[in-house]
Design a protein around this ligand. Structure first.
Ligand SMILES: [Zn+2]
Length: 130
């Protein structure tokens, strides 16, 4: 991958990271205030659950973004962590923090869905016998 391309991805990742770090609006929802009315309390409870789910998703995404930025520094950006093949540029443009190529991501998703242990940090994962 050329320096120009890497710089472009770095900019996108940096912007995403800033956006995620600044996304504090949901956090306020987590503070439950004493609601006078039962309905308000239920509403707040729901808001809280949604906010927590969003936070989980955002913190995972933030980790992915930061890991991708680290890979740019390490010169391993765009290389699938699992099979060590290049991740197609089209996929990186859609998902600059992608750590895996599509087949590996799908395999990991399948393993996870099946409750099998997944080595997310890379290194060759034993392929399940087909
Ligand atoms: Zn792969």
């Amino acid at each position: 991958m050329s320096k120009t391309q890497l710089n472009a991805f770095r900019k996108v990742l940096e912007a995403k990271r800033k956006e995620l770090l600044a996304g504090s609006s949901d956090r306020a929802e987590i503070l439950i205030e004493n609601a006078a009315e039962e309905f308000d309390r239920l509403q707040q409870q729901m808001n809280r659950e949604v906010a927590i789910r969003n936070l989980d998703r955002e913190s995972k995404l933030l980790k992915d973004v930061q890991a991708a930025m680290a890979r740019i520094e390490d010169d391993t950006f765009g290389i699938c962590l699992r099979c060590e093949e290049e991740i197609p540029e089209k996929r990186l443009k859609a998902l600059p923090w992608a750590a895996y190529c599509v087949p590996c991501q799908e395999a990991i998703d399948r393993q996870r869905a099946a409750g099998q242990p997944v080595d997310e940090d890379g290194g060759p994962v034993e392929l399940a016998a087909a």
